[in-house]
Design a protein around this ligand. Structure first.
Ligand SMILES: [Mn+2]
Length: 564
């Protein structure tokens, strides 16, 4: 492990920020490292305001989309929203559905079924969505950008289409009224679909100032989709998440309030509450049955219906958890039988009837355990396998799967998450080819890991003032990583203790200051001789009305070694 000392920052700017904003010097240096070089930019980052939201008409085709939607509303046309079964899909459909109703639109919503229709626009899914009556205008959310043929098919039936989506643009875009997709322009490319849907709502409100809509009420939906879709937490996404999480605790939507209730969330939500408690519950329906339950929950205002639906969702989530555990165990058995875990650089496992809605979760869990790309494949009775691939930073699944193209019926996705379809008879060859490709790819990547803390502190600097500033710079996520802090020459006051046979708990001591710290899952690692250099992340510990900083050790070594 190579330890790299934090880069020096411009101390003049740092002290200006520190004094003008009364922030902790560590936070001032952090801001400078993030490229903030004046007070105005710092205020914008620490205290983002809704009034600073950009003009929604800056998005591609927004003008055309809004004009067509208003025409549909004014002439009483039927509008059908067609979404996707993940959280971004469910929240964006919910948001637009409710907004269109507020503006007097006649609207109906449909989510495809993962098992019956698959992801995105499909002929089968479209036909199913038209069963309750053909609309005059179809709006696709979180899908449609790459569905040229399917959209032409919809036009053949005399139905016009608007696409609201954030997926990458294919070479040939569909022909339709409007494709509101920021990936077509050179701005807002970080938005996910619910963020774009909010922009559509904002644009409608600007055109129809006589309709009183409280856009703020919708921000919690935007925060949910934005966090669950792991898009970059930068620029307006940061604003959406901060304001939306505040809103979520007292949501206007009965369905979201019920979700908070069953998840045991009563105060201001934090990012992980959405990632680990709310999003899995919304997704559970789409994974095992139909995401329709989640959508109905989010669209319903009747408390009795909401209670019934949230209980149904809770049961599905429990079943989802049990089934995923079972698939994970079987996948682990396959790994034990087929791989030498010391040497392998990739894992490909498959099994009969592993649920297609669960293999993605299992693959992600295995990546955490084995720190290498993992593909988990479920084969059906006909021997056709659908697999979910999850990767690691620095390795492209897109390139790897392209290399193995001849063994696959289909593959697609991103560098870190992808899907494959293959015949059972090709499994052994695919396993071998993918493994060999990974072996070669990883031999070219430097294997020495680096510890590169952002800010050097003294133990006495780790105060609630620091924690408050750190929280204001957050929430952290994609493209806005959690900062790593550094302490040097730290001693232990008393022997560290082992908690639950897994974690280590310390009392650090430095120049007369002491503080508690915890190092998760480190019980098996040998503890080097003190004094130590410690790289840590920060948290808050709320206990009986008092708050204190939490020090989460990420790396620890003897101080004697040199820094770079
Ligand atoms: Mn999405």
């Amino acid at each position: 492990m190579r330890w790299i000392f934090p880069k020096p920052v411009n101390s003049e700017v740092t002290s200006t920020l520190e004094k003008a904003l009364e922030i902790h010097p560590g936070i001032a240096s952090l801001l400078v490292q993030l490229g903030v070089d004046n007070v105005e930019k710092a205020v914008a980052l620490l205290h983002p305001k809704l009034s600073s939201l950009a003009d929604p008409f800056l998005l591609p085709d927004m003008d055309r989309a809004v004009s067509r939607i208003l025409k549909a509303i004014d002439s009483g046309e039927q509008i059908l929203l067609y979404g996707d079964y993940d959280v971004d899909g469910v929240t964006s459909v919910t948001l637009l559905h409710r907004i269109l109703v507020e503006f007097g639109g006649k609207v109906r919503s449909f989510l495809p079924n993962r098992l019956r229709n698959g992801y995105g626009l499909s002929k089968k899914g479209l036909e199913e969505s038209f069963e309750a009556g053909k609309p005059d205008l179809l709006i696709t959310l979180d899908c449609g950008t790459s569905s040229k043929q399917e959209i032409a098919y919809v036009y053949d039936m005399g139905i016009e289409v608007i696409v609201i989506d954030h997926h990458e643009c294919a070479t040939e875009l569909p022909e339709c009224v409007a494709i509101v997709n920021p990936k077509r322009g050179d701005n807002f490319e970080y938005l996910c679909t619910v963020g774009i849907a909010f922009k559509v709502a904002h644009a409608l409100a600007k055109r129809r100032r006589d309709v009183p809509v409280a856009l703020k009420d919708y921000l919690d939906l935007v925060a949910l989709g934005t966090i669950a879709d792991v898009v970059p937490l930068i620029a307006e996404n940061r604003l959406f998440v901060i304001k939306g999480l505040e809103q979520a605790a007292n949501s206007k939507w009965a369905g979201l309030r019920a979700l908070n209730r069953v998840a045991g969330l009563s105060q201001t939500l934090r990012g992980p509450d959405v990632s680990f408690k709310i999003a899995p519950r919304i997704n559970a329906a789409g994974r095992l049955e139909s995401a329709g339950i989640a959508l109905e929950l989010m669209l319903s205002s009747d408390e009795i219906t909401v209670q019934k639906l949230v209980e149904q969702l809770e049961q599905l989530n429990t079943r989802r958890r049990e089934l995923a555990k079972l698939v994970f165990q079987q996948a682990e058995e396959a790994v034990a039988a087929q791989y030498d875990t010391e040497k392998h650089k990739a894992i490909v496992v498959g099994g009969k009837n592993w649920h297609p809605g669960l293999i993605g979760i299992v693959a992600a869990k295995m990546v955490q355990k084995y720190h290498c790309p993992v593909i988990v494949i479920g084969f059906d009775a006909e021997g056709i396998g659908k697999g979910s691939a999850r990767g690691v930073e620095g390795f492209s699944l897109v390139d790897a799967l392209r290399h193995c193209d001849s063994y696959l019926l289909k593959h697609g996705g991103h560098h870190l998450a992808a899907g494959v379809t293959l015949e059972e008879g090709k499994m052994a060859e695919f396993q071998k080819a993918f493994g060999e490709y990974a072996m070669k790819a990883f031999s070219q990547i430097s294997s020495e890991r680096e510890v590169a803390p952002d800010i050097h502190l003294e133990l006495r600097d780790v105060t609630m003032h620091l924690v408050e500033g750190y929280e204001a710079v957050g929430p952290f996520g994609t493209n806005h990583p959690e900062p790593l802090f550094l302490l040097t020459k730290v001693h232990a006051a008393g022997a560290p203790t082992i908690i639950k046979e897994k974690h280590r708990s310390f009392t650090f001591r430095q120049n007369g200051t002491t503080a508690r710290a915890i190092w998760f899952n480190s019980a098996d690692e040998p503890l080097p001789a003190p004094p130590w250099d410690v790289a840590f992340t920060l948290g808050r510990n709320d206990f009986r009305g008092t708050s204190s900083p939490s020090i989460y050790v990420q790396h620890l070594r003897s101080t004697a070694e040199a820094f770079e």
